[in-house]
Design a protein around this ligand. Structure first.
Ligand SMILES: NC(=O)c1ccc[n+]([C@@H]2O[C@H](COP(=O)([O-])OP(=O)(O)OC[C@H]3O[C@@H](n4cnc5c(N)ncnc54)[C@H](O)[C@@H]3O)[C@@H](O)[C@H]2O)c1
Length: 390
């Protein structure tokens, strides 16, 4: 069966505590041997939040699991670090793990610029430690089925429309999520990253030739659209949802054109006109026989309980149509991610190939924000293409 991987959690917020910890514990090949999050060791008075130490106890983490400093965690003979820190800290925290020679699974967005990715790459080459982004959405069974059908049916360029629209799902208004200096961007980065990864598997892979993007300001009452299903306490992290900074978009769009004629239209919104949180992936193209074809997946990505009740995959070819029900267990794609991570740590998966795809997703979003006039990292110079050696 192979050695059980000694795993450390870097950050103990929602994703690591609610998504990764239970899955790592349930997986026979992983063992959580340590956690580092400044909130776990800060005194309640200094942070204004007493919630996290309580969260660690509630998660059944023995006190000796908690490492006061990141180097203390990395010194625990780790095989894997799982990075779930705010976006602007991914390079710093993941980079420290790579410097220590520890394989690293990094939450999305992998980082906020191609320059950051290049530096992570250099640190990975220096110690030989592999890294990958968590990319659960392309691992979904309904997405895999859509991708298979698109490859079977569509010849030549395609038009892809990828949308993830929440009715009211702003992650913790007033926290780092809604601060541009810490999150980089809003909904287009947060949800759009998943969509861009999925779209990447549907497009024929031609060179991008054009891009437009639009970021919509949050509505004045955006804080009330909080994603309550995350179960965050209103004051988690000490921010006030009504007075905290909110300078990222709640609704963002991009449109990319490719040399072969393919087009990607992507929209991601934390709060929008829909009443049910809905993810739609539509692909239009032409079959090898010259017939028009259209494939459409309508479901809900992620963990929101406000879900599409009957997820469906529809296919139209010429005048014929077919429809399949595509029920999925929410979160199964995260279990599959862990299997992929196991393969990365064991060097039995081409993780650098996957990383090249991640570099393209990062480049698309990085360019979109720059074109919209709000670069993910303020002051970032224009990107030169093809700079990342993955
Ligand atoms: N793939 C997904 O479906 C998904 C879902 C949610 C979040 N995420 C990503 O996961 C990351 C974390 O999101 P979250 O929802 O858990 O946020 P969160 O705010 O709930 O948790 C972040 C945690 O990081 C801790 N932290 C801050 N600085 C740190 C440091 N220097 N070292 C260690 N820990 C530090 C904070 O104290 C906090 O507890 C983000 O990048 C987010 O985009 C991904």
């Amino acid at each position: 069966m192979g050695r059980v991987l000694r795993t450390g959690l870097v950050g103990f917020g929602w994703i690591n505590a609610k998504v990764w910890l239970p899955r790592l514990r349930a997986h026979p090949h992983f063992e959580v041997v340590g956690v580092h999050d400044p909130l776990l060791t800060a005194s309640a008075g200094s942070t204004g939040s007493a919630g996290s130490a309580g969260a660690a106890a509630a998660a059944g983490l023995p006190p000796d699991t908690i490492a006061a400093r990141l180097p203390d965690l990395l010194a625990r003979d780790l095989d894997l670090a799982v990075v779930g820190t705010p976006n602007h800290l991914h390079e710093r925290t993941a980079g420290a793990a790579l410097d220590a020679g520890v394989a690293t699974l990094i939450e999305k967005p992998l980082c906020l610029s191609t320059a950051e990715l290049d530096r992570l790459n250099a640190r990975s080459w220096a110690t030989g430690a592999p890294f990958q982004i968590s990319r659960p959405s392309p691992r979904r069974l309904d997405v895999a089925r859509l991708q298979y059908l698109v490859r079977q049916m569509c010849a030549g360029p395609v038009q892809v429309r990828a949308e993830w629209l929440r009715a009211a799902g702003v992650p913790r208004p007033g926290s780092w999520f809604t601060r541009r200096d810490e999150a980089g961007g809003g909904a287009l980065l947060d949800l759009g990253w998943h969509l861009a990864e999925v779209a990447q598997g549907l497009l024929p892979g031609s060179q991008r030739t054009g891009l437009t993007a639009e970021l919509r300001e949050p509505a004045p009452d955006a804080a009330r659209g909080a994603a309550r299903w995350r179960g965050d306490s209103p004051a988690a992290g000490g921010q006030d949802p009504d007075t905290g900074v909110f300078d990222v978009e709640t609704d963002g769009r991009l449109r990319a054109h490719y040399r072969d004629g393919s087009v990607l239209s992507l929209r991601a919104a934390w709060a929008s006109e829909v009443t049910v949180d809905t993810t739609t992936i539509e692909v239009r193209g032409t079959t090898a026989d010259g017939e028009r074809c259209r494939l459409e997946l309508v479901t809900t990505f992620g963990f929101s309980p406000n879900r599409v009740t009957r997820p469906v995959l529809r296919v139209w070819r010429g005048s014929r149509s077919t429809e399949w029900s595509v029920e999925t267990v929410p979160g199964k794609e995260y279990d599959d991610q862990l299997d992929a991570t196991l393969a990365m740590v064991r060097r039995s998966a081409p993780w650098r190939v996957e990383l090249r795809g991640t570099a393209e997703v990062l480049g698309l979003l990085e360019d979109a924000y720059r074109i919209a006039g709000r670069p993910l990292l303020p002051g970032t110079p224009a990107r030169t293409t093809g700079g990342t050696r993955c």
